[in-house]
Design a protein around this ligand. Sequence first.
Ligand code: DHE
Length: 533
Amino acid sequence: LCLALALSLAPAQPAQAADAETPAPLPASAPVPSPTPDAAGIYASVCAQCHGADRLGGMGPALIPETLGRLTPEDARATILAGRPATQMPGFSGALEPAMADALAGLILTPLEQTPTWPLERILASHRRLVDPADLPAEPIHGADALNLFVVVELGDHHATILDGDRLEPIHRFQTHPALHGGPKFTPDGRFVYFASRNGWISKFDLHSLQSVAEIRAGINTRNLALSGDGRYVAVANYLPHSLVILSAEDLTPLNVIPVVDDSGRGSRVSAVYAAPPRSSFVAALKDIPEIWEIKLADDPLPVYNGPMHDYRLGEGTARQTGRFPVQRTLLADYLDDFFFDPSYRLVLGAARDADQGQVVHLDARRKIADLDLAGMPHLGSGITWEYQGRQVLATPHLKESRVSVIDMTDWHTIARIETLGPGFFMRSHEASPYAWVDVFFGPHRDALHVIDKGTLEIVKTLRPSPGLTAAHVEFDRYGKYALVSVSEPAPNGALVIYDAATLEEVKRLPMNKPSGKYNVHNKISGSTGTSH
Ligand code: DHE
């Protein structure tokens, strides 16, 4: 899935620098000056900037056998030469001879001399409590509506901006760990927000006093994080090492490290972890093992860390006792890369990137109960729901196909396929808006966004906030009055463009440095069906 060797937002474009200080990687079109395939040298000049000089990942994932999972040498070679659809990995066929790609494929599939580990002791050593909770103010210091704040992630220089959603003005901007990925998660009262960076750092930020209060490095190469429904636990999904890490949401103290392995001892990256509040659990999809895991949460008071807690042993059948967090495993016929809960949280709608169809898994029956007509890499994590002709529907863009699928959530059949100008990444709406917005993230129309009428399932308008520049990811303010869109380009071209959600006219434009996701506190904590959770 994730062999992203460079940073360009458009897969066909040359790579871009991660920040102003780092030298730009070799453009895809430039010849590599070595006549013989010197894999280490090619890696250093072409791959290291995104994947790390040590191959342990950066903006792109780690490139070692432990994280390349299902990838064969042929797949690796093809990806290096042709790029990877729906990632930021461009093709290097213009720069690398096939023999060079073979050499690189061989290099990345060769284990490092020392297998990287990130045990509990290292996690603990990285833990920083930055502010004494007793020193935190009781009320917000900024005077803005604390529930109508937006957090905007700017990947260009690794910052986040806090935006007042009423005045549509930034009120604070701060440095983050590099390459934040996945949605930040808010405490149920909306006061604190947790960020995960691709290099494993988890941070807790106070939106009242506008400061980071704690941080910890929970992994080497991290996918995303989830916050439990009761706001007491954080779960971190890692690609490297193969683990799920449970932290106390209070101050990020590590409570358990759960190794992700099957019965034969084969490890797996974690595709994603999400909270299932009504079930008091986290649910995780695994990338290299066809299983879905549910991690049950303890109801009793939080344990105090008082020594090694790597309490891991195999239990009966598919149940495992992992310290205080028992894991219930559901064995599947296919892998899951991405998934979506139904409103009851009993069903998981899942999809694998290379499968012809998705699957519906019943978490209590612990088996697949239906197939989903969803090919073309649906990006289910960004799916949204609304009521259409008296029934609940799920709409999702596809990372490989130019359409949005609309699925009836009662019998799982596809009721509409809305043709778009290219594959999309993110879809958003709001209860107060008649429209759903979807970006066209890939291809020649990556500057376009479609606005879809939720009642007719027709595209009513196509917007181009900055012609020629990538437009991505929409989020509404708490009232559904404005839709905020990223022009996801480095400064000076990057911007947050704010539309009137009713007239679809531009209201305002704020300069930003490669803005990616933006997240409204109220929409997230109220469980708005128009956004992700
Ligand atoms: Fe993401 C969320 C997977 C590439 C920006 N992305 C997610 C989530 C998953 C996911 C599973 C949901 C986690 C959550 O919110 O807790 N993303 C993947 C991929 O598999 C993929 C295609 C390849 C990869 O590199 O891992 C991928 N993602 C990207 C990007 O290239 C993006 C555009 C820029 C970046 O950050 O690298 C990107 N992903 C995002 C954003 C969200 C996200 C902004 C949160 C969306 C939201 O509104 O909640």
